[in-house]
Design a binder for this molecule. Structure first.
Ligand code: ATP
Ligand code: MG
Length: 308
């Protein structure tokens, strides 16, 4: 699969002197759904704004469909749609005009059939003539999506599309995003809901403190989630994994316990052999615990805090 967006060595330092992005490298594959996870202030919105050409990078390069977002702004911008984190709609404008106007801003000829189709897909047809101010918060979010789709972008960025949205509407939103993917649109979404990333994403990227910590296939992450850890508490103090046990996927945690990571779904977990080798190495068990690692654990392990 080829890449529709490439970000290399992207840095962003604001006028205040604050560095929000540090040498970010990220490739987004054509047609994928990529979830960008990270705590508040991690740099998600700054990264998205930079790709959409709304924030000027301090260093590095961003290409969308091969076009440099700084030097070839118009061509790059025409390919992307952005659903911003903040609702920024004209309250007294009608839904249909809001969406039509947005298309016009990109210099696209009027196409009511396309706009009507977008409204239909977002279940907004019956709100076509309503003023924005008359809509509920969730409907306003849909209008934001309709606006972002008005110029037929190939890449859609959704910055927290389901923040403050009820479960029903969130599921609706997921349906919309899947339908977009089926139409060949590449989707990047930021979210604080880990289950949303689990549900939707082909790949998951984790950002913290302006750095990308991980980009991984969701399926691979799920396999990692299928892993379990066995914590082996010993009577003896060990300062490192004993050489006799070097063949196992073991590490020593801060409490001086040995932690064995294994695939709970495997035919052979290796536990029996490990425990007999622990005894053979002259070590005595004090206690044993097992735990399942989740995507949330992986996230917390990476960034040291909950997903905001
Ligand atoms: N215009 C600005 N001037 C100075 N600092 C800024 C500016 N915009 C953002 N920042 C800072 O950059 C960091 C990253 O902000 P950003 O909005 O990208 O985070 P985020 O990951 O989107 O967070 P959230 O989950 O809260 O939306 C934050 O510390 C923020 O305070
Ligand atoms: Mg943000």
């Amino acid at each position: 699969m080829d890449d529709i967006v490439t970000v290399s060595g992207l840095g962003k330092r604001f006028a205040s002197g604050f560095t929000a992005l540090r040498s970010v490298d990220l490739s987004i594959r054509r047609g994928e759904i990529l979830a960008l996870l990270g705590p508040n202030g991690a740099g998600k919105t700054t990264l998205i704004s930079s790709i959409c050409g709304l924030t000027t990078p301090t260093s590095g390069e961003i290409r969308v469909g091969g076009h440099d977002v700084v030097h070839d702004y118009r061509k790059a911008r025409a390919l992307v749609g952005l659903v911003p984190q903040e609702i920024n709609l004209e309250p007294f404008e009608k839904v249909i005009n809001t969406v039509r106007f947005s298309r016009g801003l990109f210099g696209k000829p009027r196409n009511d059939a396309y706009i009507d189709e977008v409204l239909r897909k977002l279940s907004l047809s019956d709100k076509r003539e309503s003023k924005v101010i008359e809509l509920s918060g969730g409907m306003k979010r849909r209008v934001l999506i309709a606006k972002a789709l008005s110029h037929e972008p190939r890449v859609l960025f959704l910055d927290e599309p389901t923040a403050g949205v009820d479960v029903e509407l969130r599921k609706d939103m997921w349906r919309v995003v899947r339908a977009l993917k089926d139409d060949g649109v590449t989707v990047i979404l930021t979210t604080h809901y880990i289950e949303e990333a689990e549900e939707m994403a082909d790949r998951i990227a984790v950002i913290n403190d302006g750095e990308i910590l991980l980009v991984e296939e969701k399926a691979a992450l799920m396999r990692r989630m299928g892993q379990k850890q066995m914590i082996i508490e010993l009577q003896e103090d060990v300062t490192e994994v004993p050489p006799a046990l070097a063949g196992y996927d073991l590490h020593r945690n801060d409490d001086g316990d040995l932690v064995y990571t294994y695939d709970a779904k495997a035919d052979r977990t290796g536990i029996t052999r490990l425990l007999s080798d622990v005894a053979a190495a002259g070590l005595t068990l004090r206690d044993l615990q097992t735990r399942q690692s989740s995507l949330e654990d992986i996230f917390v392990g990476l960034v040291g805090k909950d997903p905001a």
